[in-house]
Every structure is written in C-alpha cells, then in structure tokens.
Ligand binder design. Structure first.
Ligand code: AMP
Length: 255
C-alpha cells in the first residue's frame, strides 16, 4: 500500500447540534420537518483533522475523500466538506431510509476499496443515534487496527501515534497504516468554510451512487418500538438549615 495518505472522511447529515429535537407524533423518532440539518460535529472534527494533516505535510496527503450515506439532501454536507478542503466526494443516496451502523460500515468498506484509502477518520459518534459503533465495525470488517476517541494524532511516514482520552488520563497508541481513527471532541476546533471556497466547492467532484451499486442490502435488523421524552424533573425545595438538609436527605434515602 502507498505510504502517501489517502484519507477517507465519512460525514453524516444530522439535526443541527444547536436545535432541541422534538419527538414526532407517532413516537417513532424525532420530528425532522422544518428542522435545520448540518454536518455531524464529530465528523466536522474528523474533516478538520484530515485538512490539518495535509497542511502540516503537504506532500504526505494524496487525497481527502468525503462520503455521506443519506438522503439526496446529504449533498449539502458534502459540499461543506468540499468547501473546507476535501478534494472529492461520494453520496450514497439511500432516500429517507435510516441505515444502521453495521450497514454503514459495510458500505464504507466498499468505498475504502474503491478509493484505495489507507486512513479513515470518522467521528466517534453521530449525535442523532449516539451509536458509537461505525468506526469499530469498519475496522473489524477491514481487519485494520483502530484508535478510537482520538484527542491528538501525529503522523510520521506510515506510523501514526494517537492519544486517546480515557477515564482519569490519556492512552497513547502507535499503529502502522492502514488505520481507522475516530475523533473525540477535544481533537481540534473545526474551521468555517470561506465564501470563495464555498463557490469553488460547487465545481469539485460529487459522485452519486446507491447502496445497490455496491451490492449491499441496507435492510434494518432493529425495530424502534417507542421514543419517549425524558421524565420531567420534579421541582426542588429550599431548606433553611443544615440539620433540615440532612434530615431531608435521610428521608430521601440519599445518605
Ligand atoms: P455512529 O456509529 O452512528 O455513532 O457514527 C460514528 C461515525 O460514523 C460518524 O461520526 C460518521 O463519521 C460515520 N457515519 C455514521 N453514519 C454515517 C452516514 N450515514 N454517512 C456517513 N458517515 C456516517
């Protein structure tokens, strides 16, 4: 495999992180009508990291390819990725169908093969389903090493050092390419796309394919039975003294 980097960045279109989602009337999911969608924040971090790797060592990076699996409108997040610095992109148009992480990973495996990628940088999770599964499943399918929840990535030749955030400290790993990395929140702060780059991105390649082009059946194995709002928190009370506080806590069996 070439030691030049051919980076694949999967980007998911999700309800904008600033919006408080509402449950739909049928209680089968969240309301998507009239709601703003954006690039998943962890995917934005993955994209930013791939651009910074190129900026740090221009000759090292041969290609940055963005891919999104979603409705036709997911083109928007690919255009953002192209405006920020991806060279080329693929939309796998699945209509309004929700694709489970295993099927996303199977499709990404095909894109890795097609693009001859040797580094995949994904978000650690998509904020809509919070699955935190796709990167791990993709590494399993490819039989590649994986470094999840990265807070620092350093590349030297075909050797990659990844610092991961773990409870109470950090964990530093080294692996050879090819590799799957998933990004944590503190890895970097993504840039905004400049207007000239947004205009230029309109001319960059965006290939449109279907899951069937890869021979992958995106049939669901999970059925959503019901989606509920979290219980409303009961109002608190004010106590006048520490003794009263202690007796209340005892009453609630909190101490
Ligand atoms: P998840 O396992 O669903 O929490 O997603 C983790 C990461 O996998 C995301 O941050 C994306 O990088 C990638 N991913 C998941 N679903 C998609 C999708 N439909 N299209 C592109 N990338 C995806």
């Amino acid at each position: 495999m070439s030691s030049k980097l051919r980076i694949l960045v999967p980007v998911k279109r999700v309800i904008d992180a600033a919006i408080k989602p509402r449950i739909n009337k049928t209680q089968t999911g969240v309301e998507t009508k009239g709601v703003k969608f954006s690039i998943n924040p962890f995917c934005d971090i993955a994209l930013e990291e791939s651009i910074r790797i190129r900026e740090g060592a221009k000759d090292l990076v041969e290609a940055i390819h963005a891919v999104s699996i979603g409705p036709t409108k997911a083109q928007d997040v690919l255009r953002v990725a192209l405006a920020k610095g991806a060279d080329t992109s693929t939309l796998i148009d699945v209509g309004e169908e929700e694709v489970e992480p295993l099927n996303v990973a199977k499709l990404l495996q095909k894109v890795v093969e097609k693009e001859n990628s040797n580094l995949v940088i994904l978000g650690k999770q998509a904020i809509d389903d919070d699955s935190n599964q796709t990167g791990q499943m993709l590494a399993g399918l490819l039989n590649w090493p994986q470094a999840t929840n990265a807070s620092k990535v350093e590349i030297e030749g075909d050797s990659v050092t990844v610092t991961r955030e773990v409870d109470g400290g950090s964990d530093t790993l080294r692996a050879k390419l090819p590799l799957v990395i998933t990004t944590d929140l503190r890895l970097n702060e993504p840039r905004y796309a400049s207007l000239p780059n947004v205009m230029k991105a309109k001319k960059k390649p965006l290939e449109k394919l279907k899951a069937s082009d890869f021979g992958i059946d995106i049939v669901k194995r999970l059925e959503t039975l019901k989606v509920d709002e979290p219980p409303v928190r009961a109002a608190g009370i004010k106590v006048e003294t520490v003794d009263e506080l202690i007796s209340k806590l005892k009453e609630l069996k909190a101490i």
